[in-house]
Design a protein around this ligand. Structure first.
Ligand code: HEM
Length: 509
C-alpha cells in the first residue's frame, strides 16, 4: 500500500504510513465497537485485520460475482475503514435498493472525482441533499419520457448517419457508434450548432476528460479515497487541480455559447437552453448549470455507444436471434420504408432483443455506488450506516432464478405467451431507486432506433477470418467491447437503394 502511495505522490513513507495506520485503527476500533451492538454484517471473504479486504484490480464485478456465489446474495467487504456491501441477486436488489431507495439516495464520498475535480457539482457523484434535489429535478423534468420525444428527429437523423457510415466504412463500426452517441448527447445538452465531428477540439477535450473521470471512478483507484486526509497534504495529486481548471473552462464555454445564441437567435431545443430559460424555477447558479449540462455528456455518451456496440456484437454472434427480429421487421415494416419511432409498440422482438443485450452484457457491470444513510436491516443482516452499497449488475444478470440459463443470449425470455414484452421480468440496466438514470428514456430511444435501422438495413454476420470474442471487454465503470470485426450485408435491395432510403448525411463536420 505504501508503495502505491509513493507512486502516486512521493511522500516520506514513514510519516504518512504512521498517520494512515493511526487513522484506520481509530476508525476500525470505533466501527467494530458499534458493530457489536448490531445485527451482523453480510458475510464475505476474510481480509487483513487492519487494512481489510484488498479489492481485485481487474474485472471487479466478476470477481465480486464469484464471492457472491460463494458467500451468498449479499456480501460485505472492509476496505480500509469503510464497509462495502455488494448485492448480487435480483430480488435482494429490489428489496434493498428499490424498496429502501430513500435510505440509499446518497453517494459515498468520491474525493478525487467528486470533491477535487467537480467540487460536488457532478450529478452522478453529488451527495444527497438540497443541492442534489435541485440538480436532479432539473434533469428529470427535461429528460422524462414525454420530453425525450423532442429529440426524436435528432436521434433519427444520427441513426440514419450510422447506416451511411457503415456503408462507407464498415470496418470502423465501433467508431460510428461512438460518433452517434457523442453527437446525440451533445445536441441534447447544447443544441444544434454544437460541433460533433470526432476531431473537433471540444470533442477531443471532452473525451480526454471523460477518460480521466472514468479512471478516477474505479473503486480503489487512488489512495485518497480510502484516506481522504491526503487531500489536505500540499501538492498531493496536483494534476487533479489542473484537470479541474480545464474541465470547468470547457463547461462554462459551452453554456455561454448557448446563452449567446439565445440572445441572438433561436437555438433549437437543448438541455442548456432549458436551464437558461428556467434558471429561476430551478434555482440554479451559473456554476451549477455549467456542471449539470457538462456532466450529462459524461453520463450519456460512452454508455450509449457501448450499448450500440453490444447490439452489433449480439446480432453477429446469434443469427437465430437476428432471424426473429428480421422476420418481424419484414412483416410489420416491409421493405419499402424504414422503421421509425412510431413503430416501437409494433416491434416487440426488437424490444426483447434490446432488453437481452442490456442484460447479457451490462453496460455498467458493477453499477454505481450508493451510500446507506442509516442502518438498513434486511432479514438477519445489517447494512450499516455509511456503507458503500453496489447493486452488481453483472452478478444480477447471472441470477439463474430470474434469468434461467443466464449465459445464453435469449431475447425470447422477455416475451410472454401473447408475444408482448413481459411485465413481470426486469433487469436494472439503468440502476436503482432515487438515483436511477434520468437519461434512460433518451438512451432507450437511441438503442431502439439504431437496432431497428441496423437490423432492417443489414444482415450482420461474423467475419469468418476474425471470429468475435464476446467476452472481450475492457472492464471499468463502463465495460467497453474490445475492437471486433463484423460484416454488414445490405438486405434491402442493393447499397445504392439503401443509401437512397437513408437520405443524405446530416453531419456538420
Ligand atoms: C445505455 C445507456 C445508459 C445506461 C446503461 C445508463 C446507466 C446508468 C446507471 C446504471 C446509472 C447509475 C444509477 C444508480 O446509481 O443506481 C446512471 C446514472 C446517470 N445517468 Fe445514465 N445510462 C445511460 C445513458 C444515459 C444518458 C443518455 C444520459 C443523459 C441524457 C444519462 C444520464 C445519467 C445521469 C445524469 C446519471 C446520474 C444520476 C444520479 O446520480 O442521480 N445516462 N446511468
Amino acid at each position: 500500500m505504501l508503495e502505491e502511495l509513493l507512486r502516486e505522490y512521493g511522500l516520506q513513507a514513514k510519516a504518512v504510513g504512521a498517520l494512515v495506520a493511526l487513522a484506520i485503527l481509530g476508525k476500525v476500533v470505533r466501527s467494530q465497537l458499534k458493530a457489536r451492538r448490531r445485527l451482523p454484517l453480510p458475510p464475505g471473504p476474510p481480509g487483513h485485520w487492519l487494512f481489510g479486504n484488498a479489492l481485485p484490480r481487474e474485472n471487479q464485478s466478476q470477481q465480486f460475482a464469484e464471492w457472491i456465489n460463494q458467500y451468498g446474495p449479499i456480501i460485505s467487504l472492509r476496505v480500509g475503514p469503510r464497509t462495502m456491501v455488494i448485492i448480487g441477486r435480483y430480488q435482494e436488489s429490489v428489496d434493498i435498493m428499490e424498496k429502501e431507495g430513500g435510505l440509499l439516495a446518497d453517494r459515498p464520498r468520491a474525493v478525487a472525482a467528486g470533491e477535487i475535480l467537480s467540487r460536488g457539482l457532478r450529478m452522478i457523484l453529488a451527495p444527497a441533499g438540497e443541492q442534489f434535489r435541485r440538480l436532479r429535478r432539473a434533469a428529470h423534468t427535461h429528460l422524462q419520457a414525454k420530453a425525450a420525444e423532442t429529440y426524436g428527429p435528432i436521434q433519427m437523423q444520427a441513426a440514419r448517419d450510422v447506416i451511411l457510415d457503415i456503408l462507407d466504412d464498415p470496418k470502423n463500426h465501433q467508431a460510428h457508434a461512438n460518433r452517434y452517441a457523442a453527437s446525440v448527447i451533445l445536441r441534447v445538452t447544447y443544441g444544434k450548432s454544437t460541433p460533433t465531428g470526432t476531431n473537433a477540439p471540444e470533442i477531443v477535450l471532452i473525451h480526454k476528460m471523460l477518460k480521466r473521470f472514468q479512471t478516477l471512478m474505479r473503486p480503489g483507484a487512488l489512495l485518497v479515497e480510502k484516506y481522504p486526509i491526503l487531500k489536505y497534504v500540499p501538492g498531493y495529486a496536483s494534476y487533479l487541480h489542473e484537470w479541474r481548471r480545464e474541465e470547468r473552462q470547457l463547461f462554462h464555454d459551452q453554456l455561454n455559447r448557448v446563452a449567446v445564441e439565445l440572445k441572438t437567435g433561436n437555438p433549437g431545443p437543448s438541455f442548456a437552453k432549458y436551464l437558461l430559460e428556467n434558471q429561476e424555477t430551478h434555482k440554479l447558479s451559473d456554476e451549477e448549470m455549467a456542471y449539470l449540462t457538462g456532466s450529462l455528456y459524461g453520463a450519456g455518451s460512452d454508455t450509449t455507444a457501448v450499448a450500440l456496440m453490444v447490439l452489433v456484437m449480439a446480432a453477429a454472434r446469434f443469427p437465430e436471434a437476428q432471424d426473429a427480429v428480421q422476420e418481424e421487421l419484414d412483416n410489420v415494416i416491409g421493405r419499402d420504408r424504414a422503421p421509425t419511432f412510431d413503430d416501437y409498440n409494433a416491434l416487440p422482438q426488437i424490444q426483447a432483443f434490446m432488453l437481452e443485450c442490456l442484460r447479457w452484457r451490462p453496460v455498467t457491470t458493477l453499477g454505481f455506488a450508493h451510500r446507506a444513510q442509516t442502518d438498513i436491516i434486511y432479514k438477519d443482516i445489517c447494512i450499516p450506516e455509511g456503507a458503500i452499497v453496489f447493486g452488481n449488475h453483472w452478478a444480477i444478470s447471472r441470477d439463474s432464478s430470474v434469468y434461467p440459463n443466464p449465459d445464453k443470449f435469449d431475447p425470447q425470455r422477455w416475451l410472454g405467451s401473447d408475444g408482448r414484452i413481459r411485465e413481470d421480468l426486469r433487469f436494472p440496466s439503468f440502476g436503482f431507486g432515487r438515483r436511477i438514470c434520468p437519461g434512460q428514456h433518451i438512451a432507450n430511444r437511441s438503442i431502439f432506433i439504431n437496432a431497428a435501422l441496423l437490423l432492417w438495413s443489414f444482415r450482420i454476420t461474423q467475419d469468418p477470418k476474425a471470429p468475435i470474442d464476446d467476452k472481450g471487454f475492457v472492464d471499468g465503470v463502463i465495460a467497453h467491447p474490445k475492437p471486433f470485426a463484423a460484416c454488414f450485408t445490405p438486405r434491402i435491395g442493393d447499397e445504392k437503394h439503401l443509401r437512397k432510403v437513408m437520405g443524405t448525411y446530416a453531419k456538420d463536420v
